[in-house]
Design a protein around this ligand. Sequence first.
Ligand code: GUN
Ligand code: ZN
Length: 449
Amino acid sequence: MTAAQTLIRGRLLSFLRSPEGLDDTASYDYCGDGALLVEGGIIIAVGPYAEVSAQAGAEVAEIDHRPHLILPGLIDCHVHFPQMQVIGSYAANLLEWLNAYTFPEECRFVESAHAARIATKFFDELLRNGTTTAAAFCSVHKTSADAFFAESLKRGTRMIAGKVMMDRNAPQGLLDTPQSGYDETRAVIAEWHGKGRNHVAITPRFAITSTPEQMTMAGALAREFPDLHIQTHLSENHDEIAYTGSLYPDAADYTDIYAHYGLLGPKTLLGHAIHLSEREADAISDAGAIAVHCPTSNLFLGSGLFPLKAFQRRSKPLRIAVATDIGGGSSYSMLKTMDEAYKIQQLLGERLNPLESFYHMTLGNAEALALSDRIGTLAVGSDADFVVLDAAATPAMALRMETVKTLAEELFLLQTLGDDRSTVETYVAGRRSKPRETASQLPEEQEAR
Ligand code: GUN
Ligand code: ZN
């Protein structure tokens, strides 16, 4: 029989708002010997261990993670589940990478068995890295969205995803039509939205792969389902921007295309959004839309340096989220993602401190997704999704930890040297969920290859 409650002990860290500087201790809650009491997948008590353990009932299972840190589960605001097998593909730039590797790969997701196999691997990889929520692009095929959401339901995760809409400028096997893209998105919404913790997003891939007719249909979906997230790509690469302009000659700029079709609002996630004019940044800010920074991808594809700090300093600041963008991105780890985000700001002559980085991976991304009442927090009543992190997980980290004196230094070390090895455990709705197997422990699978 499983206990009704779980008491999870460790060093608790959660953010209350965006940190204003390294000494902004009021921006977070830290408890050196804390505990979370979980029941029915929800946090029912949080605070110092002595106080919380006194509130536990008779049927409680206790797990002691000391001396490790326990944070809200990490959040990835832009990732492509059908791109697991294109990571590290050698291409000169975005458009070559899409045409040579990514589009052919995504064609395979018409097969439901393939989609189901990769969905299993995808969730394993996210949870291995402490990521408990993601905003994911599926392929154009409804089968891929079905596989994704079925796996999410099985794991009990809170996920956002959408069947990609794309009706031009891609191989035949990857095209829908304005009508079928609309109908199938409606079908995915009907079958999956609100089932378990699943959220469906309206997902026109980007303006290059959607005709004006399809954009109109995506806009219709946005009007019919105003609570849904919308996710797409914007201004990632200069050739992409020029090509987009040629396809929509009447638009003022790339951002104006999405605005014109009613796709720019406070639940719109704009992947990349690197090369924006002042007018575009104003329009995005006015709409309350979110620029999603994908640092490992931007470096890998040579797309550009995202001006995160400059965007935040504007008189009309941008809302910003952070993400891996697998498979343009090169790591599933949000720690590695923020390591690269830090380096991009360094190259721009800006500072991104470790408190800000950990805020972005947790509460910041939850706010960007309008889900901070459920995730990104350790507050009572929210979902019991956690990550347990060990800043001494490898010999090199353990050695460096000997000289670490402050929480901020420990976080910075986790970000700089950490990866999936630093994830001790991942909790989904209060259940231990980090996959235990390693590739070498799966002989049948290796033989099957
Ligand atoms: N723009 C349109 N599709 C994609 C994609 O799959 N990855 C990236 N990085 N950019 C895109
Ligand atoms: Zn992307």
